[in-house]
Design a protein around this ligand. Structure first.
Ligand code: ATP
Ligand code: MG
Length: 562
């Protein structure tokens, strides 16, 4: 890292730890609970942890935090791995499951009991809550806290052997019932739960609680900096207590940062699950969602997501970012990378009356004026073309420079043409637009210095590639959400935008698109960036997702300060 580059607050902590010998390497981890698909917020955490490991020449671990047997699902394990790999975070050979440490966690609990730092309690969940007190009142001692280590050890072993029903006994850490921090009032660290686990099956009927398990997982793996989000700030004293009482020689350090939120965007699993179940979206990877799978399917690149996450910065203060910032990043990434071809989304025929019938020719087009290495291509041209319906108007308003009777425009890469009129059906719909061309303007260059104000794109009717194209808007009705300041109403119903998906079924693309394969990205000239839909596109019909239009109202923000 260069000296001039500004560091985020986590890097400053790491620098200090390295300088003071608190640690001599950096090891981070990403610890998702496999209970849903990862979203853009998780991408921030992944790239932050992986990025730190890279910057400090350290290591990045992938760990499934699967200590809670009620929620986990094998399907999610696979999707999470795929998403992280796609983002480019490499865990090398360090893929771990917290459930592999159940044996060590059990031993850790035994150690605490022997030290007099944990005891088995017979209080019910309700009683524990009652004894815990509140923010204003201290807690009361658990009547079982005076149990001897010997008795607690025997009972804990019996819990493990399955002698007690769910909830009959728990293991609690003995800390301080009067602590101002409720998390420190003798938290439960082990509970009985007769549930099969996706990894360990029926081997265990007691399971560790998150606040006890997580620091142990970190310590076992040699994590130096355990980065999590702000809601765990109040749990940090407990994290520190666990690693201290278990006497790990190099205790990991927990550091919290603010979650990433996108304005008027749903990320909550509960909502997304419902949208999927009710068929409002086409699965967890519907391109209108911001799960990593959905962003990938829509056409976002890992580079654009990295740029976005870097732009957001790392901070301790919660903030909400506009979706437009994400759009800015994908435009930036694709503008020089993606070939720019012509596609007509809402076609009407254009007939060039003075172009010889039956004749075609090949014209040449630059694939991307910002990137010479993408080369040129041949574009067939003939008497009948498709143009956008909106590029012709019989009676144009002021400042309309496209096709209207009597007006001359440039057909991109082709010729100057002068509009002569149109043909309509019985209902008055325009079925054909007519024009004549100037053979001397080949390539779209003026033959005599005369100027045209409009340049429009087109596709030759013969050889045109048919396609379906999906245009997206926010799934959420932004006006309603802005008014209420939330994406859902008082009953918890999402404000849905009825126009979030529009499918255009009769689009025509120039033949250069013919070989397009899943995830290929293009700029459709004058329209936006589009990606071949990996789920629905096939050899018989191409289906494209609009990633983003070309227009932007987004202004690059100043780098947020910590
Ligand atoms: P969600 O409820 O949105 O799925 P979660 O916190 O329950 O999020 P986990 O699987 O527990 O999901 O999280 C894995 C890691 O990702 C944690 O370290 C968590 O702090 C981090 N994380 C989750 N959401 C965000 C977010 N919006 N921004 C940044 N990091 C996040
Ligand atoms: Mg969670």
């Amino acid at each position: 890292m260069s000296e001039t580059e500004s560091k985020n607050f986590i890097e400053l902590i790491i620098d200090k730890d390295l300088a003071e010998g608190v640690c001599d390497t950096v090891q981070t981890r990403f610890p998702p609970e496999p209970n849903g698909y990862l979203h853009i917020g998780h991408a921030k955490s992944i790239l932050l942890n992986y990025g730190l490991a890279q910057k400090y020449n350290g290591k990045f671990n992938m760990r499934f935090d699967d200590t809670n047997p009620t929620k986990e699902d094998v399907e999610f394990v696979e999707s999470i791995k795929e998403d992280i790999q796609w983002l480019g975070a490499d865990w090398e050979d360090r893929l771990f499951f917290a459930s592999d440490y159940f044996g060590q966690m059990y031993e850790a609990a035994v150690k605490l009991i022997k030290k007099g730092k944990a005891y088995v309690s017979d209080l019910t969940a309700g009683q524990i809550k009652e004894y815990r007190g509140s923010l204003t009142e201290p807690g009361r001692d658990d009547p079982y806290s005076s149990r001897s280590p010997e008795e607690s050890l025997r009972l804990f072993e019996e819990m493990k052997e399955g002698r007690y029903a769910d909830g009959e006994k728990v293991l609690r850490a003995r800390i301080d019932m009067a602590s101002p921090n409720i998390n420190m009032r003798d938290p439960v660290i082990y509970r009985v739960a007769r549930m099969a686990h996706h990894n360990t099956g029926d081997a265990w009927c007691i399971y560790p609680m998150y606040d006890f398990a997580h620091p142990i997982e970190d310590a076992i793996e040699g994590i130096t900096h355990s980065i999590c989000t702000l809601e765990f700030e109040d749990h940090r004293p407990l994290y520190d207590w666990v690693v201290r009482e278990l006497e790990y020689p190099r205790p990991p350090k927990q550091i919290e940062f603010a979650k990433l939120y996108l304005k008027n965007v749903v990320t909550g699993k509960r909502y997304i699950k419902r949208l999927v179940q009710e068929g409002i979206v086409d699965g967890w990877d519907d391109p209108r969602l911001v799960s990593i799978a959905a962003l990938r399917r829509r056409g976002f690149t890992p580079e654009s997501i990295r740029m976005f996450v870097e732009m957001c910065g790392v901070s301790k203060a919660n903030s909400t970012v506009d979706y437009a910032a994400l759009e800015y990043c994908i435009r930036e990434d694709l503008k020089a990378k993606a070939p720019r071809y012509m596609a007509v989304l809402d076609p009407v025929k254009l007939i060039i009356d003075n172009y010889p019938e039956g004749q075609t020719e090949l014209l040449s087009g630059v694939n991307n004026p910002e990137n010479e290495s993408l080369g040129t291509r041949e574009i067939p041209f003939g008497r009948e073309l498709y143009i956008e319906r909106e590029d012709f108007m019989e009676e144009p308003p002021k400042k309309y420079f496209r096709m209207f009777p009597g007006n001359e425009v440039r057909l991109m890469n082709a010729y100057f043409v002068t509009c002569t009129g149109c043909v309509k059906d019985a209902q008055g719909n325009i079925t054909e637009v007519h024009c004549t061309y100037d053979p001397a303007s080949k390539g779209g260059n003026s033959p005599d210095g005369r100027k045209v104000k409009g340049t429009i794109h087109w596709v030759c009717a013969s050889g045109a590639v048919p396609a379906r194209v999906r245009l997206y808007e926010n799934l959420i009705d932004e006006a309603a959400a802005n008014e209420r300041g939330a994406v859902y109403d008082e009953n918890g119903e999402l404000y849905l935008n009825p126009d979030s998906l529009k499918e255009l079924k009769n689009c025509y693309l120039e033949p250069a698109f013919g070989k397009a394969a899943a995830y290929d990205r293009f700029q459709f000239v004058r329209q936006g960036f589009f990606c071949v839909d990996a789920k629905d596109s096939g050899p018989d019909e191409l289906v494209f997702n609009r990633i983003v239009s070309l227009k932007s109202s987004f202004v690059l923000p100043k780098q947020p300060s910590v």
